[in-house]
Design a protein around this ligand. Structure first.
Ligand SMILES: [Zn+2]
Length: 506
């Protein structure tokens, strides 16, 4: 099939791909707090598996350069970034108004090193985009990224800055069209919202729909203005298995690739859609999840693989390790090698785990209907819209050599910022014209073309109550063995799998 994708440096449909993998050995030390399901430690567990399976030697391993304030402000509001930079667990009680305004405190707690955590995971995703733009790799991976819920001036669902939006903005410097695909169990609302009114970014999200965080992602939310039909939502129900998922994913994504012809693809690989997730309710196996990676990789278009949700952390590590193998083009052994987190994987110590026998609430009729409706929406897209492409903006620049000094300066400035400044007083230094200000477009509720759905509206007869079906980047090569992270330095307990009732995310 001619997808119009750019051919890769490694040649057309070669079995191998040149992969750049971003990892910061510090990332596993960030800690959201006791009982919080989001555990950056899972990134370090993934890395340890990659090391002991011998996969690090088959990729370029890079430590991301941390995003600076001005990099984050390409999407986020200046005052929100200043707030994230300045807030600490010790000072947060003095900033109650700002905490509320920016939705920081509960699901998105203030913790030690919060801002450098944001800089690190954003730096990996943007660094991956720069590598892809320079054709220095075919696939870039940042498992610490994929925090798809963060908004321009608000934290949401364990996400503070939206590394995905930042990476897509970087890719748009080089590519006319960028495709975003989201297989987290939660709707990729932050990314969809950022690009809701443009035809240069198409967003496709497969997610659990209904009374489920974040509550958006209706099949009728299709984009607005020039972006109409460039948002595609595929709402699913509990217990979806590999077969039903791929029954939808492959034809829909094949059609998207054919009509949109993106120059680059960003795939958010949230692992909370796996069977047995602490917060999720789908029933995908690791191979079923990874089939999405394999399929998107087969189009030979520059690919950025990002992490996302995933709360049964042993399975997250399994999944992202296996998917790294898929990216490289090697099949990883099921038998797990001995390594420092080996005891997490008992009693079987295998990479793959069987899905459960939970009921699949997605009837054949339901998935048929969703497929038909999604393909209908896609048929309304003009083939590969040509967009005016102005002079290419420069890459996200590098700090001067003395970047520590640079950051200290910025920190000093932040000390004088009034965190409680009313929103709107500070102007947002956003040069990106295709990013809509949320306030400038009607709410998604109001612009949903309910009338236009008519007969085509989907209905599951058995579930009437249900809503309608619903280099410039500077990176350091990491020595692979020494930097596996030391287990003793981190405060994370072995996952108990006990659900935490007051958590709403993802
Ligand atoms: Zn999620």
């Amino acid at each position: 099939m001619d997808t119009g994708g750019s051919s890769l440096p490694s040649g057309p449909d070669g079995v191998k791909r040149k992969v750049s993998y971003f990892y910061d050995p510090e990332v596993g030390n960030y800690y959201y707090g006791q009982g919080h399901p989001m555990k950056p430690h899972r990134i370090r567990m993934t890395h340890a598996l990659l090391a002991h399976y011998g996969l690090l030697h088959q990729m370029q391993v890079l430590k991301p350069f941390p995003s600076r304030d001005r990099d984050l402000c390409k999407f986020h509001a200046d005052d929100y970034v200043a707030f994230l930079r300045g807030i600490t667990p010790e000072t947060q009680q003095d900033h109650m108004k700002a905490l509320k305004r920016f939705n920081v405190g509960e699901d998105c707690p203030v913790f030690d090193g919060l801002y450098s955590f944001c800089q690190t995971y954003a730096g990996g995703s943007v660094g991956g985009a720069v590598k892809l733009n320079h054709r220095l790799c075919d696939i870039a991976i940042n498992w610490a990224g994929g925090l798809h819920h963060a908004k321009k001036c608000e934290a949401s669902g364990f996400c503070y800055v939206n590394d995905i939006v930042l990476a897509i903005l970087e890719l748009l410097k080089q590519h006319e069209r960028v495709l975003y695909v989201d297989i987290d169990i939660h709707h990729g609302d932050g990314v969809e919202e950022a690009f809701y009114t443009t035809d240069r970014v198409m967003t496709v999200s497969f997610h659990k729909f209904g009374d489920y965080f974040p509550g958006t992602g209706d099949i009728r939310d299709i984009g607005y203005g020039k972006g109409k039909y460039y948002s595609l939502n595929v709402p699913l129900d509990d217990g979806i298995d590999d077969d039903s998922y791929q029954f939808l994913f492959k034809p829909i994504m094949a059609k998207v690739m054919e009509v949109f012809q993106p120059g680059a693809v960003v795939l958010q690989c949230g692992a909370d859609s796996l069977s047995g997730d602490r917060l999720g309710c789908f029933n995908l196996s690791i191979k079923g999840h990874a089939e999405c990676v394999r399929f998107m990789r087969s189009f030979n278009v520059p690919l950025l693989l990002l992490g996302g949700g995933g709360y049964t952390i042993r399975n997250v590590a399994r999944c992202w390790c296996y998917e790294t193998g898929v990216a490289i083009g090697v099949e990883v052994d099921d038998k797990m090698p001995q390594h420092e987190y080996y005891e997490y994987f008992g009693p079987d110590y295998t990479l793959h785990v069987a899905p459960s026998n939970m009921e699949n609430k997605n009837s054949r009729q339901l998935v048929e209907n969703i497929k038909v409706k999604s393909l209908q929406n896609l048929s309304r897209l003009p083939h590969a819209p040509s967009v005016p492409f102005y002079e290419r903006p420069p890459d996200t620049e590098l700090p001067e050599e003395d970047d520590d000094y640079d950051r200290k300066e910025e920190r000093l400035e932040s000390d004088h910022l009034n965190l409680d400044t009313e929103m709107g007083e500070l102007k947002h230094s956003n040069e990106v014209i295709w990013y809509p200000d949320r306030k400038s477009i009607p709410s998604i509720q109001n612009i949903r073309p309910k009338k236009a759905i008519g007969e085509a509206e989907l209905k599951d007869e058995n579930q009437d109550d249900r809503k309608e079906v619903v280099e410039n980047v500077r990176c350091m090569d990491i020595e692979t063995e020494e930097n596996l992270g030391s287990k003793s330095s981190e405060p994370v307990l072995v996952e108990t799998d006990q659900p935490r009732s007051n958590i709403t995310e993802p």
